[in-house]
Design a protein around this ligand. Structure first.
Ligand code: NAD
Length: 443
């Protein structure tokens, strides 16, 4: 099939590359000329495991191309995917300006039947709006389909190629059939393509993300209770995770969720509910608790030092990305923690395997001026007063906890991701403070 993908960010690039890899001709469009030029020269602007290899294969075989020329892409494609940003606008409402703008352009450009598929995360009713905008500018027949994307950054290629389900929202039998054919190579193992009405499809994406954010937040609150009653949230997690009604995933306590999806999607569905006369109370709490959780580690540091003045102290930071295996720092707890520490007078030695550049661009001048970005996790330990762990990159698990003492000025670790075993920490002199677990070697 001939496919256009409009918006070549995380979702557009991964979707376009995977569709090309399964034998389709894909033309990816973006308004960012530099991005398009770089992609044309073979440079992928994001870090995503497994993407490079299939990108190279598809571009070298001519099935995957990049352009800023929207009319050309529309002309040569039967299916047009919208993978456009929908950032939070005022009041948490999703900003649909990119989607509506492109819908208007499509209305003027389409000259024969097209299937327009929205992959962006959008509020209920957006497909109807897109349809109206296009229909107001053309007499040509077309279908607008909702096809929310569930890929996770850091595992995006795998998720796209082996989705647990594909959700398709359409009332058109023809469009549903085309979507089935397109996705068939990705669901050979029997996972379902679930066809439903467009509104339910649009809502499904928000329901999934807000359910997951709620699960994480529930466990973070349970961790806060554990700290107050002398219990260990890891044990509680093991105790409940084996219950198949609860499940083992998304119940790890930590310093809150971040990223480009959960925070904005929880806000957006909360807003939609409010606009429709419903107060989605549980999500109100989820948002409040997550804000507090992101900086809860700073409160623990204040408790430990007995002051909120960290002047003269240097802290090592391990992990800047919002989660492992990505360079994405959008809404990452590290942004809030670094800012809070620097505001309290601290200097930082920060290390991340992939996200240093994106962090430097996103953080404040004050943080950049007070941070040295180092090239290894060991360097981030040199002469520091304490180490603060913000992201659970696998390589951070590798050093055994007792190796830290050789490098640090004071052997103190504030671990926002519960990387280390408490029994092992007990056998050292390291003061180890984590989330929802007893502090070790601290009076
Ligand atoms: P992104 O910001 O990484 O990429 C969006 C791209 O669209 C950018 O390259 C931008 O230059 C381009 N763009 C903006 N306006 C344009 C226009 N008028 N014409 C052409 N290109 C334009 O965003 P993303 O992370 O890929 O997310 C896209 C959508 O998918 C969002 O709605 C998001 O919520 C959703 N989503 C994201 C993820 C994820 O993990 N990132 C997962 C599932 C769903």
């Amino acid at each position: 099939m001939n496919i256009a993908v409009i918006g070549t960010g995380y979702v557009g690039l991964v979707s376009g590359t995977c569709f090309a890899d399964s034998g389709n001709n894909v033309i990816c469009v973006d308004i960012d000329k530099e991005k398009v030029n770089n992609l044309g020269e073979g440079n992928i602007p994001i870090y995503e495991p497994g993407l490079q290899a299939i990108f190279e294969r598809s571009t070298s075989e001519g099935r995957l191309t990049f352009t800023t020329d929207l009319p050309k892409a529309v002309r040569q494609s039967e299916i047009i995917f919208l993978c456009l940003p929908t950032p939070p606008g005022a009041d948490g409402q999703a900003d649909l300006s990119a989607v509506i703008k492109v819908a208007g352009q499509l209305g003027e450009l389409i000259k024969d039947y097209k299937i327009i598929v929205n992959k962006s995360t959008v509020p209920v009713g957006t497909a109807d709006r897109v349809e109206e905008v296009i229909a107001s500018k053309t007499e040509v027949d077309f279908d607008v389909v909702s096809n929310p994307e569930f890929l996770r950054e850091g595992a995006a290629v795998d998720d796209f190629r082996k989705p647990e389900r594909v959700v398709v929202g359409t009332s058109s039998g023809h469009a549903a059939e085309v979507m089935r054919t397109l996705y068939e190579p990705f669901v050979r193992s029997g996972n379902p393509i679930i066809v439903m009405d467009r509104r339910s499809s649009e809502l499904t994406k928000y329901a999934a993300n807000s359910m997951l954010a709620t699960k994480i937040t529930f466990m973070n609150e349970m961790a806060n209770v554990c700290e107050r009653v002398g219990a260990n949230v890891d044990n509680v997690r093991r105790g409940i995770g084996t219950d198949s009604r609860i499940g083992k995933r998304f119940i790890f306590a930590g310093i809150g969720y971040g990223g480009s999806c959960f925070p904005k999607d929880v806000q957006a569905i909360h807003y939609t509910a409010k606009q429709n006369g419903y107060d989605f109370q549980i999500l109100d709490s989820v948002m409040k608790v997550n804000e507090q959780q992101k900086v809860s580690i700073v409160a623990k540091m204040e408790d430990y030092y007995g002051t909120d003045d960290f002047s003269g102290k240097t802290f090592g930071i391990w992990g800047l990305s919002f989660k492992p295996e990505t360079d994405d720092i959008r809404e990452a707890p590290s942004l809030y923690i670094a800012e809070a520490l620097v505001k309290r007078g601290a200097r930082l030695l920060a290390y991340d395997p992939e996200a240093v550049e994106t962090f430097q661009e996103a953080t404040t001048d004050e943080v950049n001026e007070n941070t040295i970005y180092v090239r290894s996790q060991q360097e981030a330990l040199k002469n520091v007063d304490a180490l603060v762990i913000c992201t659970e990159w696998n390589e951070f698990r590798r050093p055994t906890i007792d190796q830290f003492q050789n490098h640090m000025k004071e052997s103190v670790i504030f671990d926002g991701r519960n990387l280390f075993d408490l029994d092992r920490a007990r056998k050292t002199n390291i003061k180890y403070i984590s989330v929802g677990r007893p502090s070790i070697n601290v009076d």
